[in-house]
Design a protein around this ligand. Structure first.
Ligand SMILES: NC(=O)c1ccc[n+]([C@@H]2O[C@H](COP(=O)([O-])OP(=O)(O)OC[C@H]3O[C@@H](n4cnc5c(N)ncnc54)[C@H](O)[C@@H]3O)[C@@H](O)[C@H]2O)c1
Length: 378
């Protein structure tokens, strides 16, 4: 087994305790499967479009030149899918949140050779993390890779909702002209109270971007920022989420999807928000109770809801968020700009390289390591 130094002894110690299936590669050819969205006619339009099936993260030649087998597909659901076919003998699965390969406990049980689950992007909630930990698998993501991409998108969605932009856009397309239909609910962002639920990497970048708009900025998080950073960012800490919500004109969600945040915004919590609140959620769809959000948009308690994350993905044609009033929803796109793709492709390649050499990953990349979940997932 090709392992080195401290990493090697730590891994051996865990291996002998029986909770891991070898964190790092044994010598020889590996079977690596990547699940990405398919680009079809768009694949050849940009040489840097690496995040799709056709682009395959730009690592095919590199992997194959080292004798590894690399299979890439978008066919991820059900017992007859391409992914399912490779589950019994793959060593590494690379998936992305944009077209999530749902890695259930059942799939983990069948994947006898699996050692490493890499998320090309951020957010590994499509994997049953407890099952992965129990099976001794390593789960890692490219932390930080698309945080600017998401923060910029959130700022855009806030403005789209506050200014009531979309009805005007539709008028322009439909040959209409009705200023009143837009103006009666269009506002300035200046002077409004904006609260982020979660102020980690993306939340902080959003707050920094909002500062010049002269808003009242609040944040709720498990952790309070250090006072110097808090002062620089200009946001006030709210320890109690339910106390923050009624103050906010705009709420932005920036936590991961965990056991604690799943369904956090149910009917009761939405009722605690100010009437007419705007919500932007690029974090994960399942942090919301789907029907409760659709009902609140219909009643007007929520005046607008925007985001790019749904559950499940791809969202079915009858998903209620497609049909609710005043939404600014898109497919899952914010973290997969070309700039983001290049960064998460490079980060994935770096982790594969380290895995082949038996080296540790950057510590912030680990979501499951040696049978333990990262602290915010516990
Ligand atoms: N739409 C996209 O394309 C896209 C791209 C990247 C990330 N994301 C999502 O955004 C999430 C956040 O990303 P990040 O890079 O900012 O992560 P991060 O780990 O830097 O920040 C997450 C923050 O949430 C806080 N948190 C966690 N659980 C909490 C809880 N129960 N209550 C209060 N605060 C809690 C953490 O303390 C942390 O400060 C990701 O986990 C992912 O789900 C979406």
């Amino acid at each position: 087994m090709a392992m080195k130094g401290a990493a090697s002894s730590a891994i051996k110690a865990v291996a002998s305790s029986g909770i891991t299936r070898n964190l790092h590669a044994s010598p020889g050819s590996k079977k690596i499967v990547g699940v990405f969205y398919k680009a079809n006619e768009y694949a050849s339009m940009n040489p840097n479009f690496v995040g799709c099936v056709e682009g395959a993260l730009g690592i095919r030649d590199w992997l194959e030149s080292q004798g590894h087998e690399y299979i890439v597909t978008d066919d991820k659901e059900g017992p007859d899918s391409e992914l399912e076919k490779h589950i019994p003998d793959l060593h590494v699965l690379i998936s992305t949140p944009f077209h999530p390969a749902y890695v259930t406990a059942e799939r983990i049980k069948k994947a006898k050779n699996l050692q490493l689950l890499l998320t090309a992007g951020i957010g590994s909630d499509h994997i049953d993390l407890n099952a992965a930990a129990a099976a001794g698998l390593t789960v890692a993501e490219v932390t930080g890779s698309n945080v600017v991409s998401v923060a910029e998108d959130e700022l855009m969605r806030i403005l789209i909702l506050v200014r009531n932009f979309l009805p005007g856009y539709h008028q322009a397309n439909n040959g209409e002209w009705n200023v009143a239909a837009i103006a009666h609910r269009a506002y300035d962002l200046e002077g409004k109270t904006i609260g982020t639920v979660g102020a980690g990497r993306i939340g902080k970048l959003l707050l920094q971007r909002l500062k010049p708009f002269n808003c009242n900025l609040l944040y709720h998080d498990r952790l309070k920022m250090d006072p110097e950073l808090e002062k620089q960012i200009g946001a006030k800490f709210e320890e109690d989420l339910d106390a923050m919500l009624p103050k906010c004109d705009v709420i932005v969600i920036n936590t991961p999807l965990t056991d604690k945040t799943r369904g956090l915004f149910d009917k009761d919590r939405i009722a605690k928000c100010k009437k007419g609140v705007l919500i932007v959620n690029n974090a994960r769809g399942a942090i919301m109770d789907t029907q409760a959000i659709a009902d609140a948009c219909t009643s007007g308690h929520v005046a607008g809801y925007g985001g790019d994350v749904w559950y499940p993905q791809p969202a079915p044609k009858d998903h209620p968020w497609r049909y609710m009033p005043n939404h600014a929803m898109t497919p899952h796109i914010s973290g997969t700009t070309i700039d983001a793709q290049l960064r998460y492709a490079a980060g994935t390649k770096d982790m594969l390289e380290r895995y082949f050499k038996g080296e540790e990953f950057p510590p912030q990349h680990y979501i499951v390591k040696e049978g333990k979940l990262a602290s915010q997932y516990q």
